[in-house]
Each structure stands twice: as structure tokens, then as C-alpha cells.
Design a protein around this ligand. Structure first.
Ligand code: HEC
Ligand code: HEC
Length: 201
């Protein structure tokens, strides 16, 4: 039997109500349900979260953050005033972070992974079957990640702020007890290009 969406919705709602009643705790207030701590009909100023506090230290005088986990994209520690938006003809980030200039700017160099393509060479044979890296594959997840080195920054990495974000020092809404399991230097630098197939048979 195919259940329509509305039925699935009603059944789950009934289940929630049933659980709510069975707990015997009486009414659950709307204010306690979510992160917003106001009822669901309020959209006034008290519903809006605290303002974000991004670092105001200029590039060159900020302090880098520890990585969130092994090979996580590092958060941006410095002010981005005047650097955004990134456009095809103006990308301030590359002006300081390209490997050839980074040491003189005391900036972390853009890593080797950003100068590579991880997309397998894909083609369709005369028989209509798709090949990846010259092999016919029935299940593409059986495939190790290929690393094709590029002689320039990958287009997929051009828009830095797609993945790298400034870090706000606002108190978190929910405490975080996650503890990353870092390799030797993993809290401060990445090694993705060398470890990308780790654990893949
Ligand atoms: C004027 C040079 C300069 C520009 C422009 C610049 N950065 Fe930086 N960046 C630095 C320096 C220097 C550091 C090291 C921390 C410091 O000294 O402030 C840094 C640190 C970082 C880090 C942290 C690296 C780590 O190892 O944790 C990231 C991520 C970053 N920048 C991303 C960006 C992005 C994205 C842009 C463009 C929007 C950008 N930067 C523009 C100089 C620059
Ligand atoms: C598609 C997402 C993505 C984009 C776009 C991207 N990065 Fe990254 N970046 C990452 C990830 C993930 C890592 C950590 C793993 C690795 O090294 O690849 C990283 C790592 C870094 C590091 C740390 C290198 C080290 O040795 O520790 C720097 C610096 C950096 N990126 C700068 C940039 C700059 C500047 C741009 C824009 C030109 C950019 N990135 C674009 C995802 C991205």
C-alpha cells in the first residue's frame, strides 16, 4: 500500500500526541520545543537569535582556529572587509593564499587538494555503457577516488567562501561535546590529498 504524504503526517502527529500523553508530564510548552525558546507564533525581536560576532582582526594579525575535525576546511579567523564578493576578475583570497605568495604573507598556503580534480574521466562507449577511467563499472561506489593533478587552482575551489566561513564567537545555542581525533598535526593542517583513499579497499 502506498501511503499518501498527508496520511504519513497525520499518523506521525497522532504518534507524537500519544507519546506526549503517555509521558504523563502534562502539557509540553511550545517554548521548550526548539532552539528559539519563544512560542511558534512569535516572530518579534526576542525570537531572533543573538547577533554574530565575527573576528575584526585584519588578515595578518588574527589567530588561526583549531580545525573542527581532521581535514575539516579551516574557519577564517580574519576580517573579510573589502574582500567579498569573490568575482571572476577579483579574488582577494588568492592574492595572499596562493602557495607562491603565502609564505611571504605568513598565510596558510592553499593545499594541493585545491590544485587537483577528483572527478574520474567519464565516457560512454559505442555500446552505451559508461566507463570511468577506462573501466566499465556497475557500481560506482566500488571506485577509489582518483586524483588528477591540475597545473592551476581548480575551478571548483575558486569560490573560497563556499566552504570556508568566518567564525563567530557568539555563545553556541547548544553545547558541543564532540572531540576530534586528530592525527599528529591534524588540528593545524590538512593532508587530505594523501589520505583520501584511506580505508577504501
Ligand atoms: C591580506 C592577505 C590575506 C587575504 C586577502 C586573505 N587572507 Fe586569509 N589569511 C591571511 C593570513 C596572514 C592568515 C593567518 C592568520 C593571520 O595572520 O591573520 C590567514 C588565515 C586564513 C585561514 C585560516 C587558515 C588556517 O590554517 O587555519 C583561512 C581559512 C583563510 N585565511 C581564508 C581566506 C579567504 C577565504 C579569503 C578571501 C575571502 C582570505 N583568507 C583572504 C591572509 C589573507
Ligand atoms: C569545495 C570546498 C572548498 C573550496 C571551494 C575551497 N576550500 Fe580550502 N579547504 C577545503 C577543505 C575540505 C580543506 C581541508 C582538507 C584539504 O586540505 O583539502 C581545505 C583546506 C584549506 C586550507 C588549509 C591548508 C592546510 O595546509 O592546512 C587553506 C589555507 C584553504 N583551504 C584555502 C582556500 C582558499 C583560499 C580557497 C579559495 C581560493 C579555498 N580554500 C576554496 C575546502 C574548500
Amino acid at each position: 500500500m502506498v501511503l499518501k504524504k498527508t496520511w504519513v503526517g497525520l499518523i506521525s502527529l497522532a504518534a507524537i500526541i500519544a507519546v506526549g500523553c503517555a509521558s504523563g508530564a502534562g502539557t509540553i510548552s511550545e517554548e521548550s520545543l526548539g532552539l528559539r525558546k519563544t512560542n511558534l507564533y512569535t516572530e518579534k525581536s526576542e525570537t531572533i537569535g543573538e547577533a554574530t560576532h565575527y573576528g575584526k582582526a585584519a588578515a595578518g594579525s588574527s589567530k588561526v582556529f583549531e580545525r573542527a575535525f581532521e581535514n575539516a576546511p579551516p574557519m577564517i579567523p580574519h576580517d573579510l572587509e573589502g574582500m567579498l564578493p569573490i568575482k571572476i576578475g577579483s579574488n582577494a583570497c588568492t592574492g595572499c593564499h596562493m602557495p607562491e605568495v603565502a609564505p611571504s604573507m605568513k598565510a596558510t598556503a592553499i593545499p594541493a587538494s585545491h590544485f587537483a580534480s577528483f572527478r574520474p574521466t567519464t565516457a560512454m562507449g559505442a555500446d552505451g555503457r559508461i566507463t570511468k577511467e577506462g573501466k566499465v563499472l556497475n557500481n560506482t561506489s566500488d571506485f577509489k577516488t582518483v586524483v588528477h593533478k591540475l597545473d592551476k587552482l581548480s575551478g571548483a575551489r575558486f569560490n573560497c567562501t563556499l566552504c570556508h566561513a568566518p567564525q563567530s564567537t557568539q555563545a553556541p545555542l547548544v553545547g558541543n561535546t564532540f572531540k576530534a581525533d586528530f592525527s599528529a598535526n591534524g588540528a593545524k593542517s590538512s593532508n587530505l590529498i594523501d589520505t583520501i583513499n584511506e580505508g577504501v579497499q
